[in-house]
Design a protein around this ligand. Sequence first.
Ligand SMILES: [Zn+2]
Length: 270
Amino acid sequence: YARERSRFRRDLELIYARGYRPVTISQVLDRKIDLPRGLSPVVFVFDDASPGQFKYIERNGKLEVDPGSGVGIWLDFKKTKPDWPNSAVFCMLSGAAVGRSFFGEKNIEGQKSEWRFPKVKFLADNGFELCDHTLWHANLSKYSDAVVQEQIARGVLAIDSAVPGYKVRTFALPLGVWPKNRALAKQGSWTDPKSGKVTRYNFDAILEVSGGPTESPHDPKFNPLSINRIEVFGMELEKTLDRLDKNGSRYVSDGNPATVAKPAPVVAKP
Ligand SMILES: [Zn+2]
């Protein structure tokens, strides 16, 4: 799903004006949503690692973030909003078609293959959370246990190649579809037949593709292994924010990290 550039900028403005600030899934899991009094958390999740989300342009031999790409719009927005951290989550494919391989390759949309790892590293270095979304977006319900684990583990392995030692905590189900053996979405391993190297994964969080706002991590109903999201299309964002305000289920920080605020952070998916 793709959000038009100007709409994405407006989404950021809207969500900021309505008192939301971004946090990562890791912060939610660790209950480290330390926001000033009166503000609410939102988790931005970018799926698929398409080139449009993060483009480089080469100028005088130097790489610059394309200001028209998702990351460019985010960083530009942040310039005027000092209380807007780089707390977004990128659930990436590492080897899918049409450039959905760490934000572009083989000159698709002008993106070079050798820029892939630097982009992933840039995200990690700048505070964004890296999340696995499999190798090429297989519908996991249609494959054997072995293929399911290979798909997931190779996503983790690719992230480790770009950012050695990075602990991937979050996994987004392609299409929101579970494997037949659901336990394999959380934990598994794959042995590279060529090198014999074993890659293991054991996630703390699994993201669904839709389902509405998630519960607060302080709510007993919160299940980190099935976190719902809102798909941002049309007026969905506005409607969701209105609904949270109306039914009183919006999570509002009391400014004291030691006490527990009311449920529900919004998980959006631009
Ligand atoms: Zn996807």
